[in-house]
Write a protein that binds this ligand. Structure first.
Ligand code: ZN
Length: 78
């Protein structure tokens, strides 16, 4: 029970679809450690962190992506 768990930061996998070529890509992000950082997908969506994550589609170079899914975060029942 734990201190280790409390101090670890959350990892998320973002699924982003390019608005130009409609290809899906995945991006893994790690939240910084702190009290005000999002710990699950819902909190991440409501946070400002998403806006700070740059997107660039590898195949076509578009920088406009739509977030289509999030997995990961800190599960409360682990
Ligand atoms: Zn693209």
């Amino acid at each position: 029970m734990g201190l280790a768990a409390l101090k670890s930061s959350a990892w998320f996998t973002l699924y982003i679809r390019c608005e130009n070529c409609m290809r899906d890509s995945e991006r893994v992000v790690q939240m910084p450690i702190g009290d005000e950082v999002p710990r699950d997908a819902e909190e991440l969506i409501e946070s400002v962190y998403l806006e700070k994550i740059p997107f660039r589609c590898q195949p076509c170079g578009s920088v406009i992506g739509r977030l289509v899914g999030i997995t990961g975060g800190t599960a409360y029942d682990n």
